[in-house]
Design a binder for this molecule. Structure first.
Ligand SMILES: Cc1cc2nc3c(=O)[nH]c(=O)nc-3n(C[C@H](O)[C@H](O)[C@H](O)COP(=O)(O)O)c2cc1C
Length: 188
């Protein structure tokens, strides 16, 4: 598959086969992802691999609980528009993926979110090249429960940037339409 085909093949996947992803493969994807550009080559990103469906469900429930509490306590909650879906018992924020990889790091690191986003791009493309599917699930970064965060090995002063789900796609959807890029100015 050449790079341009890969750009088409890398889609956000929300429907997975009931099949585990070998841990060695996940570790290999992470090892290659760290080739991404990052500020000062400080490589501040840290990883948590949750390769267990029961755990993924537990994390989905913790995120839903946090979002419901935000909806109930915050009139401007960004989750308001998703309320019916979030309250649906059958809704799993991780789409029943067999695996979630959390990209996180020290909240004090100024470029953490940019670095993790670049890494996430590499990770998602590498996964697609290996026939795997991914999706960045921002709804999966809402957990507030300190016990669960501790169980995940995420220190209190850390920030979760990107929860990325991973698994074998049942099918790959076509690319959602992209608008014509708006180039503000060309100076030549
Ligand atoms: C920062 C970020 C947050 C996202 N959060 C979610 C999410 O919570 N749930 C979800 O289903 N998709 C999420 N997505 C996936 C986008 O919906 C998806 O990338 C977009 O629709 C374009 O589709 P494509 O990835 O197939 O090109 C997120 C993507 C990004 C980059």
């Amino acid at each position: 598959m050449d790079f341009y085909e890969l750009l088409e093949k890398r889609r956000s996947i929300r429907d997975f086969e009931d099949k585990e992803v070998p841990l060695e493969l996940i570790e290999e994807l992470i090892k290659d992802s760290v080739k991404a550009p990052n500020a000062g080559n400080m490589q501040l990103w840290r990883f948590v691999i949750v390769n267990n469906k029961e755990w993924v469900k537990k994390l989905s429930d913790a995120n839903k609980k946090a979002m419901i509490s935000d909806i109930e306590g915050n009139p401007n909650s960004p989750f308001k528009g998703y309320e019916a879906r979030i309250r649906d018992e059958n809704y799993n924020v991780f789409y029943n993926a067999p695996c979630v990889i959390y990209l996180a790091g020290s909240a004090r690191a100024g470029t953490l979110s940019v670095d993790c986003a670049l890494l996430a791009s590499y990770f998602m493309l590498l996964a697609a090249a290996k026939g795997l599917g991914t999706c960045w699930v921002a709804q999966g970064a809402q957990i507030k429960d300190p016990e669960i965060l501790a169980e995940l090995g995420i220190p209190e002063n850390y920030r979760i940037i990107a929860p990325i789900i991973l698994g074998y796609p049942r099918s790959i959807p076509p690319m959602p339409e992209r608008k014509e890029p708006k180039i503000l100015k060309v100076i030549s």
